[in-house]
Write a protein that binds this ligand. Structure first.
Ligand code: CP3
Length: 341
């Protein structure tokens, strides 16, 4: 008997609305902060399979979410493609050499940097009850490329958008290389025990419509098709953050099995514009979870009501913030669990 999250992602409306939160393992949890301090850094935590397993399971134990998401990061792909990766306190991730001034061919791939991630997936799977769905993930090629090109996060993805216009051949080769490795990486996660996967496209909102077709929709469609050939029943959640009115085209053309919605999408609009049987996931504003109280309840209620007629996975519209009070998360879980249509 699959858990209610997997059932919902496969297109059935379960008796209850399943719930998990993006970035549910992380700094808002004291038990995460303690383990991270102990290991010394974020990458040390990711590459210690027992510790990464423990971190993945922490929010499941505390809140009983319906999904456990592998503890790792979207930047493991550039790391395996041969860039150096550092997470500096207060500065965010740094990748080097950056592809804005170094050719892709100057990188030497280090594929063994992916193997420990599969070991973590297998360990998590062994520690989870059947009712909890194990989610794998990767970044989408466009979002990963923005970090590889600029060497860090950037406000409007300036360097990468400029490169895509200036030298679309070289940029297309970067996108293809990321997409091809991402297919193998996600297939490896599924073989190790992931039951569904999510493609995070955090920066898809910065592209014009024609560029969106080329750098977001096309490579994601390729990844989805390759995965579905290998694993016909695998749900793939697409999360094109900031896609706005381009969302229906993204969902139709990529072939993803479920629509991850950010908090800027009106759930009433989405319920009308997306195909009736398409599972949706989202989309409470993470800041409403930070704020808590009655506003949190009415925001959650509005989303639950809008999606009452279709398969719906409750989630945030983006990752949970590090200053979110745990009590607010407990209140949200209780609210969603007790909600009746
Ligand atoms: O959802 C989960 O709990 C699974 C784990 C996960 C992490 N990052 C752990 C993490 C996932 C799915 C991600 C995705 C990710 N990583 C994205 C896409 C989603 C999004 O949030 O937009 C992006 C853009 C990244 C890149 C990244 N990783 C940044 C920009 C940062 C630094 C900013 C920050 O929040 O600290 C990270 C670090 C990171 N990845 C942390 C965690 C828990 C914080 C590390 C720490 O402990 O200091």
């Amino acid at each position: 008997m699959p858990g209610i999250l997997l059932e919902t992602l496969r297109g059935k409306r379960a008796d209850k609305v399943p719930l998990w939160l993006m970035r549910q393992a992380g700094r808002y949890l004291p038990e995460y902060r303690a383990l991270r301090a102990d290991k010394g850094g974020f990458l040390e935590l990711v590459y210690d399979c027992d510790a990464a397993t423990e971190v993945t399971l922490q929010p499941i134990r505390r809140f009983g979410f319906d999904g456990a998401i592998l503890f790792s990061d979207i930047l493991i792909i550039p790391y395996a493609m041969g860039q150096n990766l550092e997470f500096l306190a207060g500065e965010g991730p740094k990748l080097s050499p950056k592809l804005v001034d170094h050719a892709l061919s100057s990188l030497e791939a280090v594929p063994q940097r992916l193997s420990p991630i599969y070991d973590t997936v297998a360990k998590v799977k062994a520690g989870l009850g059947l009712e909890t769905t194990l989610l794998g993930f990767a970044g989408s090629p466009w979002t990963v490329a923005t970090y590889m090109v600029a060497g860090e996060g950037s406000r409007d993805q300036h360097d990468t958008r400029a490169m895509a216009y200036r030298d679309s051949g070289a940029f297309g080769a970067i996108i293809d290389a990321i997409a091809n490795l991402t297919i193998e990486y996600l297939a490896g996660q599924v073989e190790a025990g992931a039951e569904a996967v999510q493609l995070f496209d955090s920066w898809s909102g910065s592209l014009s419509p024609t560029e969106f077709e080329r750098w977001v929709i096309a490579p994601n469609a390729k990844i989805v098709a390759a995965l579905q050939t290998r694993f016909p029943d695998l749900p793939v959640i697409g999360f094109p953050k900031g896609a706005g009115e381009k969302l229906p085209a993204y969902m139709r053309e990529t072939g993803v099995s479920a629509a991850g919605l950010d908090e800027t999408i009106d759930p009433v609009w989405a319920a009308k514009e997306l195909p009736a049987n398409l599972p949706v996931q989202g989309n409470l504003d993470p800041l409403l979870l930070l704020a808590g109280g009655k506003a949190l309840e009415s925001g959650a209620r509005r989303i639950l009501e809008a999606f009452v007629d279709r398969p719906h996975v409750f989630n945030l519209g983006h990752g949970i913030g590090q200053f979110t009070p745990i009590e607010h998360v407990e209140n949200l879980v209780e609210f969603v669990r007790n909600w009746k249509s």
